[in-house]
Design a protein around this ligand. Structure first.
Ligand SMILES: C[S@@+](CC[C@H](N)C(=O)[O-])C[C@H]1O[C@@H](n2cnc3c(N)ncnc32)[C@H](O)[C@@H]1O
Length: 163
């Protein structure tokens, strides 16, 4: 297994979502921050860093596991998803951060608090990383995605925010 903490500057934004999470949630039309090596791993269309998914027009149901550590804060990606209104984001819960209150608690339809830590996939070794000490939540924007949370079978607690 690869260590979560052995990531290098070249790979630190590249951790992939485990396939079982994507499969449980159903089909996504777009991954706006897709992995270079496998851009359609999470959605039918994938925008890579070269294509800059943030500056593109988004369509359909969006999967968002935003990059961390780059020039653009994750909240900017989430704000775009909130405006788009249809998609699921995978992020750590930063419950004291202003953006979490403004972009998640005030605008999302639901949060699924995942039970247990996610073993993200090293994109080079294609193996789960060990030692992730951060919690993860899934955030639903749009009612279709709340239904997906209800049916997904992922272990955790669903919390509805908007009716
Ligand atoms: C945490 S990884 C998630 C990868 C994939 N979406 C997944 O869930 O498995 C974030 C990805 O965003 C990509 N990325 C960073 N900046 C980007 C940008 N401006 N436009 C599109 N992709 C970007 C990185 O190359 C990296 O592969």
């Amino acid at each position: 297994m690869t260590s979560f903490f052995s990531r290098t500057a070249a790979t630190r934004d590249d951790w992939q979502t485990p396939r079982h999470i994507i499969s449980a949630l159903g089909h996504f039309d777009l991954d706006p921050c897709a992995n270079n090596d496998d851009p359609t791993r999470c959605g039918s269309t994938g925008f890579t860093i070269e294509q800059d998914g943030l500056s593109r027009e988004w369509h359909g149901r969006v999967w968002l596991n935003p990059p961390y550590g780059g020039a653009t804060p994750a909240k900017v990606w989430l704000m775009k998803l909130a405006r788009h209104g249809n998609g699921v984001a995978l992020v750590p819960p930063r419950v004291g951060a202003r953006w979490f209150h403004d972009v998640v608690l005030s605008t999302a339809h639901a949060i699924l608090f995942l039970k247990g830590r996610v073993s993200f996939i090293d994109p080079v070794a294609q193996r789960p990383a060990r030692g992730n000490n951060a919690d993860s939540i899934l955030i639903a924007y749009g009612l279709e995605n709340v239904v997906a949370f209800e049916k997904c079978g992922l272990e955790g607690r669903l919390w509805r925010l908007l009716p």
